[in-house]
Write a protein that binds this ligand. Structure first.
Ligand code: ATP
Ligand code: MG
Length: 244
């Protein structure tokens, strides 16, 4: 699936003042591609993902999915929010199940997929726990599992690994690369971690604030599999940090 942003602009009103949050956003996410977005707080990254998920409308421009203008909430696109947003009255397994509500999977298939993603996220022992019994990083992993469980074609991730310790973060980065290798999933991922962007992405979009625009699109030409400590990766990290 190709997700394309054509001249997208978005305004909000804050304190009776109109504010342009996104301006002239143009780019497309290609099938199977992983694109990372980095940029200052408030430059419109989450807003861009909400538009891509069909949760909000742009004021100018269009978003297309395989060249057709997006209408409603496309079922093949899944968004993992910046906060976990779990339902407090549902268990971990119940929250993951919700990700399959719009599918025609049988109850047995849903259970099987839930078990698979619980194991992948290291949450098997917490299947019956409620959100208030989870740590922040666990809750975030439940949210990622819920986003993946229905097998979307496009996954939108908003700083998915921010609440995790360094070791878990690296494990889940590698999990994401594995999921991607095993499917044709395209991923658009917001991160504040430049090293993470370079480790995972095919391209990195650097946004600038007020109004949020695309400042540069950096193709990551590093060989795969990548090494976080690779000197070429670290050199690009310093170059991108200078742009931010
Ligand atoms: N529903 C809304 N109504 C009014 N203003 C909003 C709304 N949603 C976002 N904004 C404003 O839009 C701007 C961009 O917000 P957004 O959440 O997209 O930023 P962000 O780049 O994701 O920031 P962060 O890195 O802190 O998550 C901010 O100035 C915010 O105040
Ligand atoms: Mg955000």
């Amino acid at each position: 699936m190709t997700l394309r942003f054509n001249n997208i602009s978005k305004n909000f009103t804050v304190n009776h003042q109109p504010m342009t949050v996104l301006k002239d956003i143009n780019f497309s996410l290609q099938p199977g591609e992983l694109v990372a977005i980095i940029g200052a707080s408030g430059c419109g990254k989450s807003t861009l993902l909400r538009l891509a998920a069909g949760l909000d409308q742009a004021d100018r421009g269009t978003i297309t999915v395989n060249d057709a203008e997006m209408k409603g909430l496309p079922p093949q696109i899944s968004l993992v929010f910046q906060e976990p947003r779990l339902f407090p009255w549902l268990t971990t397994a119940g929250n993951i199940h919700l990700g399959m509500e719009q599918t025609r999977l049988t109850p047995a298939e849903k259970d099987q997929r839930t078990h698979h993603f619980l194991a992948m996220m290291g949450l098997t022992d917490f299947a019956d726990a409620y959100p208030h019994q989870l740590s922040g990083g666990m809750a975030q992993r439940v949210a990622i599992a819920r986003g993946l469980v229905a097998g979307p074609e496009i996954l939108l991730l908003d700083e998915p690994f921010g609440a995790l310790d360094a070791l878990k973060r690296e494990q889940l980065q590698d999990m994401l690369l594995t999921v991607r290798r095993q499917s044709s999933l395209s991923i658009l991922m917001v991160t504040h971690d430049v090293e993470e962007a370079l480790y995972l992405a095919d391209r990195v979009i650097i946004m600038s604030p007020k109004p949020g625009r695309i400042r540069a699109i950096h193709p990551v030409t590093l060989q795969v599999p990548r090494d976080r400590t690779d000197s070429a990766l670290q050199l690009q990290r310093r170059q991108l940090c200078e742009l931010l």
